[in-house]
Structure formats: structure tokens, C-alpha cells
Design a binder for this molecule. Structure first.
Ligand code: HXC
Length: 258
């Protein structure tokens, strides 16, 4: 499938999706968001994909929603159109592991998109921010919600109220990103992490993702119960038999996602 705003490659059970609007620092316009939701949903359904990596360019993961496209919109336009809500919900509902590999600017809707992923690997050049307040608007795809869960109230208020950028070191210190790597190694490191995940059973990885996400939705009691039931459920899979047999036989497991 050919996209206008993305480059998609699938190899070795990894789908690599690159945002590709270099003229606008990968600003998220309607076309890009539709294509991205479509490409991620297709990868999610593809049994030749076990992990998805989302990245941008060296200069920008994404500098936010496209201000040119948004500037003339009225309240009723964005209310009835529900700008990017369907695409954001679809991306956030992805069942397979989704890694964001972030270099350069990761701002506004770009930061919100990165936070919809399961974890973020950042280049040492990465800059995160929710600068919407500078435009007289507020974050609209999770910048006040996912950021607060990721870094806590003090940092989230600071970022959303001042619009300042956080560098990669601060992002790692506060838990927004899982690791920081030299910019030149970003894609290789992200692909290496994806490669590790792609060696596992897709079924088990999807159960892990669903279980961790439960920690952020609902009570601890419900989350623990969900995890325990999932722990029970994976004993019905062929991959559990294979994984444990391989360990006992001191060999690598051959997972079949069953
Ligand atoms: C449209 C953008 C853009 C954006 C950059 N560009 N960000 N176009 N929407 N969000 C364009 C510029 O207009 C310019 O195009 C080209 O990309 C290069 O950008 P420069 O500004 O010349 O680069 P630089 O001086 O290096 O500054 C980089 C920057 C700055 C600091 C990232 O571009 C910037 O502040 N961008 C806006 C960031 C922002 O406010 N994001 C939040 C958007 S609101 P030309 O044609 O002039 O060369 C949002 C809400 C989400 O995201 C809610 C969704 C529901």
C-alpha cells in the first residue's frame, strides 16, 4: 500500500512506519493521521507483524498538529469533526507492541502520538513539549492526561502551562521515555528492541501489553485480578508449552503465536 505521508516497511516481523512530511517537520495533518491510523491498524492485523516501530526524521518526530490546517477552524468545525479523535482512539487501541523512536522535536500532537505508543526510545537530541498554550489552545489528544500519568502533576502542569520543552535527559529522569541513545544509533536501537519483542510469541506480548495498560485504567484490585486471569489463560496456549519446554531443553523457543 502506497502512502503520501508515510513510509512503511515490513521485515522480520517488524513494521517500521516513518512519518514523512519533511517540509512541515512531520506536522500532523488530516491526511497523515488517516494514513497513520490505517497503516497501524493494518500492521496490527498482519500476522507477519509482531511489533511496530513508529519514527520521524532526525530533526522531528512530529512538531504537532498542522497549525496551517487548524488555524481557520471554528469551535463547531472541530466539535463536529472531532479532530483526530477517531484516529487517536484507533492508534491507542493497537493490540501489538508499538514503540516510538523519537529524534528532534516531539511537540503537541507529536508528543501525544508518542505517548500513545507503549514506550518511547529517545535520541539525545529529542525535545518534548506541549506548547499548545502558546497558540491559545489546549492539548487535545492526551497531553494533559497521558503526560500527567507518565511524569506526574508537577511536571505535566509545568509543561502544559509554560509550554517549555523537556530535553531527553529530563524525559528519561521523569519516566516519559524508557531509554536515551545517541541520535545516530536511534533507529538501530529501536529496531533491536523491536527485534527482541518479535522473537516472542505475539499472543503473549499482546497479553502483556493489555495487562500493563490495566495498571493505568481502573483500580489496583481490578488490575491485579485481570493480570492473574491472564496468567491463568496463557497456560492454554501452545506457546507456553513451547517456551517452557525450550527452557528445560536449553534451546531457543520457536513461537507460533498460538
Ligand atoms: C504546521 C509546521 C509546524 C506545525 C513546523 N512547521 N511546525 N507547520 N504545523 N505544527 C513548519 C514551519 O511552518 C516551517 O514551514 C517548517 O515546518 C520548519 O519549521 P521552522 O519553524 O522554520 O523550524 P525551526 O525554526 O527549526 O523551529 C522548529 C519548531 C517550530 C520549534 C518546532 O517550528 C515550532 O514551534 N513549531 C510549532 C510547534 C507547536 O506549536 N506545536 C503544537 C501544535 S498544536 P515553512 O513553510 O515556513 O518553511 C497541537 C494540538 C494537537 O499539536 C491537538 C490535536 C487534537
Amino acid at each position: 500500500m502506497a502512502y503520501e505521508t508515510l513510509i512503511v516497511e515490513i521485515e522480520d516481523y517488524i513494521a517500521l512506519i516513518r512519518l514523512n512530511r519533511p517540509e512541515a517537520l512531520n506536522a500532523l495533518n488530516a491526511r497523515l493521521m488517516q494514513e497513520l491510523a490505517q497503516a497501524i491498524a493494518a500492521a496490527d492485523r498482519n500476522d507477519k507483524v509482531r511489533c511496530i516501530v513508529l519514527t520521524g526524521s532526525e530533526k522531528a518526530f512530529a512538531a504537532g498538529a498542522d497549525v496551517k490546517e487548524m488555524s481557520e477552524k471554528s469551535f463547531t468545525d472541530v466539535f463536529f469533526d472531532d479532530l483526530f479523535a477517531a484516529e487517536a482512539d484507533s492508534i491507542a487501541r493497537t493490540r501489538k507492541p508499538l514503540i516510538a523512536a523519537v529524534s528532534g522535536y516531539c511537540l503537541g500532537g507529536g508528543c501525544e502520538l508518542a505517548m500513545m505508543c507503549d514506550f518511547i526510545i529517545a535520541a539525545d537530541t529529542a525535545k518534548f513539549g506541549q506548547p499548545e498554550i502558546n497558540l491559545g489552545i489546549v492539548a487535545g489528544m492526551g497531553g494533559t492526561q497521558r503526560l500527567t500519568r507518565a511524569v506526574g502533576k508537577a511536571k505535566a502542569m509545568d509543561m502544559n502551562l509554560t509550554g517549555r520543552f523537556m530535553d531527553a535527559a529530563e524525559a528519561e529522569r521523569t519516566g516519559l521515555v524508557s531509554r536515551v541513545v545517541p541520535a545516530k544509533d536511534l533507529l538501530a536501537e529501536a529496531m533491536k528492541a523491536a527485534g527482541k519483542i518479535a522473537q516472542k510469541s505475539a499472543l503473549t506480548a499482546m497479553v502483556v501489553k493489555e495487562s500493563v495498560n490495566r495498571a493505568l485504567e481502573g483500580s489496583l484490585r481490578e488490575g491485579i485480578l485481570f493480570e492473574r486471569r491472564m496468567f491463568h489463560a496463557v497456560f492454554s496456549t501452545e506457546d507456553q508449552k513451547e517456551g517452557m519446554a525450550a527452557f528445560l531443553e536449553k534451546r531457543e523457543p520457536q513461537f507460533r503465536d498460538r
